[in-house]
Design a protein around this ligand. Structure first.
Ligand SMILES: [Zn+2]
Length: 626
């Protein structure tokens, strides 16, 4: 996933009430499932997508293994689901009604759903369980968009976002990354709409209102994904293509025209691509993240459509998850750095081959600066790559530290051992843990055995443990540099001191990343007149590149440059991706004058946002999210 950074959130509430002795880092504290007794291997879904009721309705058949013969109950995760009937059956046996009950609801985790096996149900290692159900009105994975919030304006749209623990709001299941499932699905939709899933989408499927899917590779539950809307397909290459609304299709096909090349390059760098096709789905603007690595079909934000391929590092990121995350998966959400830090590192390696070292150095520096900002706001206990994590919200527990600090650790290891040795290590890591899950501690053992002790690099296990268990950065951490960004920063200073005219800035030769750095490097004491001149000369308030807009409007809010507030509000209405808007609201909330105004703007725009984005911004603006 590629997501937001917030400077407003304090993480102190995460300090757990549990005593240190009882904390087990390999235990998933965010699932109720009794996976030590019973494990799901496969799920068959049959769901009707009802736009008028904003509801999914149908059944899920779980194929289970009883690994503890004494188990008499199965505990599943659920959130807001209405279950009408539950049946269980032995292989080839008839479906027998089973008793079920909901436990106490938890604000973060949802509600445990316990199914009792019938008394005459003899122990058997394999059985099936069918649950007839419908989703509830507050299903956190689902967003239902009315036609006016789509590009075409004529048809509704719905999509899921299951990571981290939202799959349980649309399927009753064992919602933990610790186990993997294959799945099949039949999805019923209005006839004129198309359904796609994180499965074997066929670009040539005719519109029928009934779509069949099969996902033969086992995935963790957070990668279950579905979208339904007026989507069409454009091929991008041999095994790649893009789905989106027809109004956006040409722009998307142009923006992501390098995807096949990216897939081929990634396979050369990281080993064979194991998932068949790699397609993209460009969603309506309310998609809360940059991208979501749903296997075979990454979901991405339309805010990447900059018109110049300048934001495709997000595609590199989602594609790289096909190895780190989807193929080798973090065992619990506390181990998320193994998904996100590893993926951020692979993303940079991929971008280096495809777009050159200068561009990647720019992105490394911007990531490093984001990391330093995170260290100012995230409590030290959550700054470790693998902190204690047994309460709080897996969607937001350490800003983006696990992304950037994780990437930096892997860069540090590459520097110490050389690219050849490090790449061999990564290749064997993906081979040895393919379609499996891994804890931080298992990774450390594997790293120690296969890299630290095997090759000359002078890095000890305890040095790596400093990265993994301690806050901040070790003193010998690499510091990324970029000559082009240094030049942009120097020019920001030179212009502000009158040494350089606006027309002398070589903006045409700058990347969007250099422009972002230039804006962030402007001195704090610029006058409104100076900001106005700059805005006019560089067109900042009208920038098409979403990262430039984000950076500019954060500064507009920080500096209370009110002449650009109308444009700022347009920005807040144009985009729904949390990363692009939450920090702008945050800067208004923090500037000492505009908290109320920010709340008013939020009130006007929130109907266009995803529930996760609404919750995030509500927290930034110290509001109740409901
Ligand atoms: Zn990611």
């Amino acid at each position: 996933m590629l997501r937001t950074t917030l400077s407003m959130i304090t993480f102190a509430f995460l300090v757990s009430a549990c005593s240190q002795e009882t904390y087990d880092p390999s235990y998933d504290y965010f699932s109720f499932a009794n996976t030590e007794q019973v494990v799901t291997r496969h799920i068959d879904l049959d769901l009707t997508v009802d736009f008028s009721a904003e509801q999914l309705r149908g059944s899920a058949i779980l194929h289970l293994d009883r690994i503890d013969a004494s188990a008499t109950e199965i505990v599943l995760d659920s959130r807001g689901l209405h279950i009408s009937e539950v049946y269980v059956a032995l292989p080839d046996g008839p479906m027998l009604p089973a008793e079920f009950r909901f436990g106490e609801e938890d604000a973060i985790k949802g509600t445990p759903l316990t199914v009792s096996l019938p008394a005459d149900f003899k122990p058997n290692s394999k059985f099936r369980m069918r649950l007839d159900y419908r989703t509830g009105p507050g299903a956190t994975a689902l967003q239902w968009l009315p036609p006016e919030l789509t590009a075409g304006g004529k048809h509704p749209f719905m999509f899921t976002q299951s990571q981290a623990i939202h799959a349980r709001s649309w399927v009753p299941l064992q919602d933990t990354p610790a186990i993997r499932i294959t799945y099949s699905a039949v999805i019923h939709t209005p006839r004129q709409l198309l359904a796609v899933m994180s499965a074997n989408n066929d670009p040539l499927t005719p519109r029928s209102g009934e779509y069949h899917f099969d996902m033969p590779q086992p995935i963790p539950s957070y990668l279950l994904a579905l979208a339904v809307g007026n989507m069409f397909f454009a091929p991008l290459g041999r095994d790649t293509g893009v789905y989106t609304e027809p109004e956006v299709l040409d722009a998307a096909a142009f923006e992501f025209s390098g995807t096949q090349d990216m897939l081929d390059t990634a396979s050369e760098l990281f080993g064979p691509y194991q998932w068949g096709r790699y397609d993209l789905l460009v969603l309506p603007p309310s998609f809360p993240y940059g991208g979501m690595e749903n296997p075979r079909l990454s979901f991405v934000t339309p805010s990447l459509l900059a018109g110049d391929h300048s934001l495709v590092s997000v595609i590199a990121h989602e594609l790289a998850h096909s190895w780190s995350g989807n193929l080798v998966t973090n065992a619990t959400w506390r181990d998320q750095w193994l998904n996100e830090g590893m993926t951020s590192y692979l993303e940079s390696r991929l971008m280096e081959v495809l777009y050159g070292k200068d561009r990647v150095d720019e992105e490394r520096v911007l990531g490093f600066e984001e990391l330093l900002l995170n260290f100012e706001t995230v409590v030290p206990a959550q700054q470790a790559l693998a902190p204690r994590f047994d309460s709080g919200d897996p969607d937001d527990f350490q800003g983006t530290i696990h992304y950037h600090k994780g990437q930096l650790l892997l860069q540090y290891l590459e520097n110490a051992f050389g690219r050849d040795s490090f790449d061999k290590f990564l290749g064997s890591y993906f081979d040895d843990f393919a379609f499996g899950t891994i804890t931080t501690e298992r990774f450390l053992d594997y790293l120690d055995e296969n890299l630290l002790q095997r090759h000359e690099g002078n890095v000890s296990r305890s040095q790596v443990e400093t990265w993994v268990y301690e806050p901040g950065l070790p003193t010998d951490a690499p510091v990324p540099t970029s000559a082009t960004l240094d030049q942009a920063a120097a020019m920001a200073l030179a212009w502000s001191q009158g040494e350089l005219g606006l027309n002398e800035l070589p903006v045409d030769s700058w990347s969007p990343q250099a422009m972002v750095h230039f804006i962030n490097s402007l001195p704090a004491d610029l006058s409104n007149d100076e900001l106005g001149l700059l805005d006019k000369a560089l067109g900042l308030s009208d920038a098409r590149n979403a990262e430039i807009s984000r950076t500019w409007f954060i500064q507009v809010a920080k500096r209370q440059y009110r002449a650009a507030y109308d444009n700022l509000e347009q920005h807040l209405n144009r985009y729904g991706r949390t990363r692009l808007i939450a920090p702008v609201y945050g800067a208004m909330a923090e500037n000492g004058s505009d908290l109320e105004l920010a709340r008013e703007m939020f009130g006007r725009a929130r109907g266009k946002y995803h529930p996760l984005t609404i919750a995030n911004i509500a927290s930034v603006l110290q509001l109740e999210s409901n």
